[in-house]
Write a new protein. Structure first.
Length: 283
């Protein structure tokens, strides 16, 4: 069974929790190896929250080296029902400007070689990500963003690239021409794995740049420019996340997605009512 240490998980660095009171550091073993770092537990607006820095507390893990399965498993093992997944992202459309926030509702996976499922058998499972980002969490996030005076795009498709390199101009133009809004290196498989374990997930993408600059007559993105804009907006994203935590309903059944997983079996007649599936491991 899950240890009920937290209700809500946040994949974010020390900026989200270092000023909170009574923060506890907890190390967690998982069947998939070590998470990116310890989990930091705190109380926010009366809610039990777990913070896990996806890149490690000193940002030593590049996107393609993050152990996404271990991170997500760690959050679920301590009781999290909802996950907030903020990230820095580039814009692929002129109207999505640096400093804006985007609540992505779709993704396009352009990564390769990442371990991106918990369902390696023997129970064959096919989980649909068609509507993966939780609608209630997105609605509440939009409220929190607007209450903080920030421009919010309530929908958007995020293209997830492998990293650590940025896009070429040709790649960026291709993504732009498809009508996709946002580009990032960590949303897949992080958000999808949360979905596989029945946790509701919301992405808040903080726009830092215009990717390669092709579609906005801007300079190509650099790591320095991304960090500069992200740091200048760090207090905004922190306030939004902490405010969103206070808006999440105490009835966690409203944000869990576990019920829908019962219809994901792909092994036909070879079933038993006593079979134990991964997402049921903490019941």
């Amino acid at each position: 069974m899950a240890r009920e240490l937290a209700e809500i998980g946040v994949f974010g660095g020390s900026g989200f929790y270092k000023l909170l009171e009574d923060v506890r550091e907890v190390k967690i073993d998982t069947p998939y190896g070590a998470p990116s770092d310890s989990v930091f537990l705190a109380t926010v607006n009366g809610r039990k929250v777990a913070f896990l820095p996806r890149h490690g507390r000193n940002h030593t893990l590049p996107p393609h080296k993050i152990n996404y399965r271990a991170n997500v498993w760690a959050m679920r093992s301590i009781g999290c029902a909802a996950i907030i997944s903020p990230c820095a992202a580039g814009s692929l459309q002129r109207h999505v400007e640096p400093g804006h926030f985007v609540l992505c509702d779709q993704f396009v996976d352009r990564t390769n070689g990442r371990s991106d499922t918990f369902y390696d058998g023997p129970i064959v499972t096919h989980v649909s990500p068609a509507d993966m980002y939780h609608p209630l969490l997105r609605k509440l996030a939009a409220e929190a963003i607007r209450e903080n005076g920030i421009v919010c795009h309530e929908k958007g498709t995020v293209v997830v690239i492998q990293g650590p390199r940025f896009s070429t101009k040709s790649e960026s133009k291709w993504f732009h021409d498809q009508g996709w809004e946002v580009i990032n290196m960590t949303q897949y498989p992080e958000a999808y794995l949360c979905h596989e374990l029945g946790m509701g997930v919301v992405n808040i993408a903080l726009i830092t740049d215009y990717d390669s600059g092709v579609h906005a007559d801007a300079d190509a993105v650099t790591a320095h420019s991304v960090l500069e804009v992200f740091q200048s907006n760090s207090e905004k994203i922190k306030r939004v996340v902490l405010d969103l935590i206070g808006k999440i309903p105490t009835d966690l059944s409203l944000v869990r997605t576990q019920e829908g997983l019962q219809w994901t079996r792909g092994d036909g007649h070879a079933t038993s009512p006593d079979d134990l599936r991964i997402f049921q491991s903490w019941e």
